[in-house]
Design a protein around this ligand. Sequence first.
Ligand SMILES: [Zn+2]
Length: 258
Amino acid sequence: MSLLYQTTGIVLSRRDHREVDRWYSVYTPSHGKVEFLARGGHKPLAKLTPHLEMAAVVDLLLVHGRAYQILAGVDRRQAFANIYDDLAGLVLAQNGLHLVDIGTRADETDPHIYDLLLDWLGFLNQNTFLSRERAGFLLSAFSLKLLALVGYRPELNRCLGCRQPIAPGAYQWHGLKGGVVCTNCTQIDQETWFAARPMTDEALKLVRFGLEEGFASHLRPHLKAEDLAGFYEATESLMISHFPIIPASSLRAACAVC
Ligand SMILES: [Zn+2]
């Protein structure tokens, strides 16, 4: 294996290391999440890191060191400058990057996660000035898509118990078991399904819509407060039960500042 290699990635996060060095985390289509050190000692950080400070696609030159990877060069390939024009875009971009950062492990490659991020940033770059309500829905939809990619696709059509297709108005939601359960199953085996919660057809439709449709379609529907409440409850119960790390703030709280 060559010590020096080139890759393309999206910067997820950074953190300072000692006085002059900095750790970065990037998501790449070919190597999954990669963490590396940008050293201030040999090459001035000021020369390398401006390209790494924004939501951007960057070309990286990395060196495999004995214990970790070190940045040797960086070039910005694509910037998403419009995201910085409004707070909602910035909050959505940062939360999306953060969710990928905490929800993935280094060296697990999934090009679909890279594509999701690229799609997300491209969408936010083209659609600025989103309402708080719309921003919250979009971030939850992003979370659902990411959750499905990291291995926890919720069951939205068939009962988790008997596997029969669910009928409108005749099912409940079970976040921990990951989807819908028919009323019949909840009555037959109350012990297994005691944590199931009522859910409206409209809330379930929003979960399906958020998971399956593209972000551009998410701009269309009128979002009613009562439907959104059920949608958030379902989405957040999934995140809390199945996402590898529970995000520090809820999806709704994250967008409260938008
Ligand atoms: Zn059932």
